[in-house]
Design a protein around this ligand. Sequence first.
Ligand code: BTN
Length: 334
Amino acid sequence: MPPSHLHSELIILRELLHHEAGFVSGSALAEKLGVSRVAVWQHMKKLRSQGFAFEAVRAKGYRLSQTPASLNGTFIEALLSGPASKCPVLLLEEVDSTNDEAARQLAAGRESPFVVIARQQTRGRGRFGRSWQSNRTGNLYASFGFRPRLSPERMQTFTLWMGVSVCALVAEFSKSTPGLKWPNDLLFEGKKAGGMLTEARVDSDSIRDLVFGIGLNVNVSSESLSGELVHHATSLSENAAGPLDLNRFTAALITRVLLAYDSIAKDAHRDRFSELWVKFDLLRGRQITILQGSHRFVGTASGIDDEGALLLREKSGKLRSFRAGEVTLEKSPA
Ligand code: BTN
């Protein structure tokens, strides 16, 4: 259970959001919380100190007039809906890696699902143990803890399904359509805006628990990034009408991921997966190179198989499937 003042603030925010167009009276809030109006006022004072503002009109009550620009765990929880509405949000100032923290929480027996978010990571990582620059406020570093009843063979499909589900959400917030570069990169016009990292602890033939981590460049300008990233990275704000409301976007992302989780857990995702895959698969028909250890394979990307392995049609006509490997896109013909 969260501390009771946080719980009260969550209820206040939920009520105000529920009546966002109108006002909520102080007495209605007091009744909802089972406390005095003075106590309500004190909770609102705490919320003000976190960056919220309330318009107060006599005989009408309160209305939310401003929300914090930086991540606020209580606000994010208040915005969650559907299967996500009971998902605890653990917001940390700094952590080594949200994936590691989620794994530690799972190992310690925390009830799933939950999501760990950090303002900064000191050892954020991506595939192949590469580091993931995570010192920017305005970006998102989040990891979900799940205990899915999935066989280990379905993990690749899990990642791809989550990937296209996230693409669908990001598309709703953007002017241009993002694409998924198998298996886990989210790109806008060849530039990377996000990456996903799924890690599972597997017992002999079942997944004991699973962490789905996602890093997204949200409100950062690529020019402010260091090294090579200046040329290869982009952000959601650069592909949207402007900066995004980080709390509302984060809540929408959690809501979408939890919905996607529910549907794959019930095996009800297949039709939608095929539809989204066609829409967001960046590779189909493109000339690609796959690096697997010291081996290099060249050919045309030809979709995925039932287990999410990437299919490559070689020049000889031979079709190969890859469960792992690093993909490089050849330049599109002019
Ligand atoms: C990749 O592109 O290789 C995947 C990058 C995944 C980065 C995210 S940030 C949140 C979570 N914590 C980590 O340490 N990694 C993932």
